[in-house]
Design a protein around this ligand. Structure first.
Ligand SMILES: NC(=O)C1=CN([C@@H]2O[C@H](COP(=O)(O)OP(=O)(O)OC[C@H]3O[C@@H](n4cnc5c(N)ncnc54)[C@H](OP(=O)(O)O)[C@@H]3O)[C@@H](O)[C@H]2O)C=CC1
Ligand SMILES: O=CCCC(=O)O
Length: 362
């Protein structure tokens, strides 16, 4: 299956298969201390992560122009994440068909050149590879396996790549239905939020059919900065849930710190600065701290999705009898935040649940 994308910027040059390499063990020894002036994506990463290397080659656009049968890509689900991901594929010259439950969200992509299809089935039937970026396990299963679902349009030679964050059971269910048609399946949830999606800097946590992984890697490289292949279906979903469980608890703990610092007379803006310089610094704190101090929560990752991921992580832990008391308590806090109508705010709005008086005086 040839790559159909045309080069449109230097970003595209990163994603040429010729420019994408797996680091050898020897190469891992090249570190930032040896090459302090190099940007971080030049540093070698463990062999299971496949970073992109910058190149000034124009090989991909030259080969793409000769391609008379471009790979047809489909994209289902054009929310906060799906829209910029599909947009990056289109802007890279890929032939993309789109569908979204709320049709109006397809319009900006259609104006960029995407074809509109009226159902997931139609997208899957007309495309070689279909990506899906849906809200939760229920919607991911429904879009794949429900009435007019993608499964009905799948057949041997096609591939389905689910990039939604779902639980292991749902991913395996979708995988089973897709594979029963003779098509291939890859789960590929992403780490990274709205801005990394816009910038093509996501991290893909993939598992499933290795041959499909190899086929779609150039597209993952258009949408992301690195990708991990984790083996059998379920491992990508599990990795994503563990990562988001940690993230949700970090955000809750950070929220407590901001409020405690203020209560004892400290400036929370200074706390954000102090944290940013020490061992617990994290881009998340530096990026979201200043707006949290102003009680502003512009949505990048909706709070309802963070609570969903905590709920799913609790189920994952339950399945192996692993205690996760901090995540369990954190989940309760996000549930309180949801009950205050904060579901569609950014997940940093969880701090509001700590501001509220739990037992208001009458
Ligand atoms: N935002 C973020 O920072 C990140 C999110 N994720 C994960 O990616 C996924 C998508 O997130 P995000 O884009 O933020 O979410 P959004 O809520 O912005 O988008 C959700 C998408 O799912 C669709 N959808 C919801 N319910 C249904 C349904 N019953 N049937 C069909 N379609 C449905 C929505 O359609 P409609 O437009 O009609 O509502 C929309 O296209 C989630 O699993 C999330 O956890 C992963 C990494 C980062
Ligand atoms: O699932 C959402 C992840 C958000 C992020 O990684 O910043």
């Amino acid at each position: 299956m040839a790559i159909s994308c045309l080069s449109w910027s230097s970003k595209k040059l990163f994603s040429s298969p010729q420019n994408t390499r797996t680091c050898s063990a020897a190469a891992i020894t090249m570190s930032s201390s040896l090459c302090p002036s190099l940007p971080t994506h030049f540093y070698c990463k463990p062999i299971f992560s496949i970073p992109k290397f910058q190149s000034f080659s124009s090989q991909i656009s030259a080969s793409a122009t000769k391609d008379e049968n471009p790979t047809r890509l489909g994209f289902l689900g054009l929310g906060i994440m799906g829209s910029p991901m599909a947009q990056n594929l289109i802007k890279s010259g890929c032939d993309v068909a789109v569908w979204n439950r709320t049709k109006s969200k397809c319009d900006p992509l259609i104006s960029l050149g995407a074809k509109y299809m009226s159902s997931p089935e139609e997208v899957a039937a007309s495309c070689d590879i279909t990506f899906a970026m849906l809200a939760d396990p229920e919607s991911a299963a429904d879009v794949a396996c429900g009435r007019n679902g993608a499964v009905n349009g799948m057949s041997p030679g096609k591939g389905y790549v689910d990039v939604s964050t779902v639980d292991v059971t749902t991913s395996k269910l979708i995988c089973g239905k897709i594979k029963a048609t003779g098509a291939l399946f890859l789960e590929a949830p992403v780490s990274g939020s709205k801005k990394p999606a816009e910038d093509g800097q996501l991290i893909f946590l993939t598992a499933g059919d290795k041959s499909l992984y190899d086929t779609v890697s150039p597209y993952l490289d258009i949408m992301g900065k690195s990708r991990f292949y984790l083996g059998e279906v379920g491992n990508g979903a599990a990795m994503k849930l563990v990562v988001n469980m940690i993230m949700g608890s970090m955000m809750a703990s950070f929220s407590e710190g901001l409020l405690l610092s203020e209560k004892v007379g400290l400036d929370p803006k200074v706390l954000v600065e102090v944290v940013s310089q020490g061992a617990i610094s994290a881009p998340m704190f530096s990026m979201k701290g200043p707006s949290m101090v102003q009680s502003k929560y512009p949505t990048a990752f909706p709070l309802k999705h963070q609570q969903k991921d905590l709920r799913l992580a609790l189920g994952l832990a339950e399945s192996v009898s692993q205690p996760i008391p901090i995540a369990a308590a954190t989940n309760e806090l996000y549930k309180v935040a949801k009950s205050y109508g904060l579901s569609d705010h950014d997940f940093s709005a969880v701090i509001e649940a700590l501001k509220a008086k739990l037992h208001p005086q009458t």
